[in-house]
Design a protein around this ligand. Sequence first.
Ligand code: SAM
Length: 367
Amino acid sequence: MREELLLLGFPVLSETIAGIATEGTIDDTLRLNLLLRTGHRVLFLLKEFAARDADALYHSVSEIPWEEYITEDGYVCVTSSVDNPSIRDSRYANVKCKDAIVDRIKEKCGQRPDSGPDKDRVVVNLYWKDDSCSVYFDTSGEPLSRRGYRKIPMTAPIQETLAAAVIMATGWNGSGHFINPMCGSGTLAIEAALTGMNRASGLLRDNYGFMHLKGFKESLWNDLRVQAKKEAKKTLSCRIIATDIRREAVDAAKKNATTAGVEHLIEFDVCDYSETTVSDGGGIVILNPEYGERMGKIKELESVYKGIGDFFKQKCRGYTGYIFTGNLDLAKKVGLRAKRRIQFFNSGIECRLLEYELYEGSRKKKI
Ligand SMILES: C[S@@+](CC[C@H](N)C(=O)[O-])C[C@H]1O[C@@H](n2cnc3c(N)ncnc32)[C@H](O)[C@@H]1O
C-alpha cells in the first residue's frame, strides 16, 4: 500500500503492520476510497487523547463536536480495537464511545441518532492501546475489500484488496499475459483486469461511510468518478486467462467478472491447472492453490504442489511464476528455487507470495 499511496501523491508519515499513516483532508478520503486497491479501510483521525478508563474515554469522546458531522436522525456504528487493562470486553468500550456520541448530539440537537452494528452508514473507529486513544471516522464504512462484484465466493477466496496487493507485488501492469490457473471465484483475474485497465476499484461501489457525514460533497465525488472513468483504458493488449478444474468455480468467476464489468477481458476455461493455455509472449503465471489444514489434506496437496513445479518447468518458460500460499512446507514440494518470497497476512494467517524465474532454455535451476 505504501507504493500506492506515494503514487497517488500522499506522503507516508509512519507505517505499521496494521496500516499506514498519511495526511490529508476529509475530501482526500473520497479520492483514497475511490482509487486505493490495496487498502482495507480509510480512517480519518478526529482526536487523539489519553484515557485510563471508560469514564475518561466517555469524557474525551463527548468533547468532539459530533453534531457537526452526524445528523440527529442519522445512524452510527462504533468499531474498535481495544487493549486497555481496565476493559475486559471491548464491547463495553464501544458502548461508552457510542453513548458519548449520541448523548452529545441529543444535548446539542434534541435527538439521539440510532446506533448498531451495521456499517452501511456512519462508522466511528476507536483505537485504544494502554492509555492512548485515537478516534477516527471509518470513511469506507464497509471494508474496501467488499468491492461489490464477488457475489459468489466459492472455496477459500482471497480478499479483493489482498489479491490487488499480490498483483502489485508482482509488478504486473498489463504489459505481459496474466495466466491464472486454479482461479476459484476469479478474484485474482478480476483484480488483474481492473489493474490492467487502470479502472478504479472503487467505481463498483455506491455506498461508503463518508457519504453519510454532514457536508458530504456529492459534486466532488461525482467529479472524481468522472475523472477516474476518463483515466481508464479502453482495451488490454495482453491476455488474461483464468481456469479451474471445477465448472461451478468457473461459472461463479464468470458471474463475478460480469458484475465487475470485466468478463469480456478474461478468457475462462474449465481444466486441470496443468492443461491451462500459456500463450507465447511471456508475462506471469500465478496460482493460489489450497494449503490445507488437516494432515490428510496436506499429504494430498503435496503432489499438487510438485505438479505445479513440473507445470512451471514444462509449460511456462519465459514467464515469471508465482504461488500464493500459507503453507511453506508444501511450497518446498514445488522443487524450484524461489527468487523472492514476499510476506502477506491473509485473515491472520501468514502467507507468502513465491516468485520463480522460469528461464527459457538451460538457465532454469533445480534444487
Ligand atoms: C484456494 S482456491 C483459489 C481461490 C481463488 N484465489 C479465489 O479468490 O477464489 C483453489 C482453487 O483451486 C482449484 N483446484 C484444485 N485442484 C485443481 C486442479 N488440479 N486443477 C485446477 N484447479 C484446481 C479449486 O477448485 C479451487 O477453486
